[in-house]
Write a protein that binds this ligand. Structure first.
Ligand code: URA
Length: 239
């Protein structure tokens, strides 16, 4: 149980001081009943409204998951495949931030903070995503440049990006490359390499903004540190 003014303040609706004023001004209801007594204790199950708006009581949580291949990034699947939400604590309604394909592995952020999710995935914002990708055939220098300048996928020209650290496996006729993009269109990386005739054989996201897989084994998740959350929010504003 917690004091009403604290619950209101923690939700970000108002400062603790302002919350106290709102309570005294008859603006706050608990479970539909007016409550103007400072210090009233409420639990997470109580529905608190201020000026008719419900206060979000759930603590916001942020995870980075090392998504294994063979997991789906949605919360429901008609084929009953394994889900990324099976790999994080499930006491809260946590959703993946954007998607990684079923056969893609790597960094996947997960949260119950809808604003954060929108900020990270909105096309207006620009968080860097770094992928290591295995390709069919030898990716030539001109093709890397073409990708870096932007290629057309589904009638849309991709923004400038970075393609680097290209290595060849002569025996298997495959290449490995790093690509850093700031967008996140559906199947973007696969479609970009397909556009230069190098189908993606394997895809791993190694970084999302400042967040990497360091210290995580496949299938493991950890809570993001406050500075990581802050830096992610700031990097969303970068051009
Ligand atoms: N691009 C893709 O094509 N697939 C992913 O899973 C992520 C980026």
């Amino acid at each position: 149980m917690e004091r009403l003014q604290k619950v209101i303040a923690r939700s970000g609706y108002a400062s603790r001081r302002k919350a106290e004023t709102l309570i005294l001004e008859n603006k706050v209801k608990v479970n539909g009943v007016l409550c103007n007594t400072l210090g009233t204790k409420v639990s997470r199950k109580d529905v608190v409204t201020v000026n008719g708006r419900t206060i979000e009581q759930e603590e916001k949580v942020y995870y980075v998951l090392y998504k294994p291949e063979g997991y789906i990034s949605t919360t429901q699947d008609e084929k009953d495949r394994r889900k990324v939400t099976d790999l994080v604590p499930n006491d809260k309604r946590i959703f993946p931030v954007g998607r990684l394909d079923y056969d893609t592995s790597g960094v996947l952020l997960m949260t119950n903070d809808g604003d954060f999710m929108n900020l990270m995935t909105s096309p207006k914002h620009h968080v860097e995503k770094e992928y290591r990708v295995k390709l069919q055939g030898f990716l030539r220098k001109e093709e890397s440049l073409q990708l870096a300048r932007g290629v057309e996928i589904d009638g849309y020209k991709t923004k400038r990006c970075i393609v680097k650290n290209v290595e060849y496996n002569k025996k298997n006729e495959t290449s490995i490359a790093t690509i850093i993009i700031k967008e996140g269109k559906y199947h973007q990386v696969k479609k970009m390499f397909e556009s230069v005739d190098h189908p993606v054989l394997k895809l791993k996201r190694e970084r999302f903004g400042v967040v990497t897989l360091k210290g995580l084994r496949t299938g493991e998740a950890r809570r993001l540190k406050p500075y990581e959350i802050k830096q992610l929010k700031e990097s969303a504003k970068d051009k």
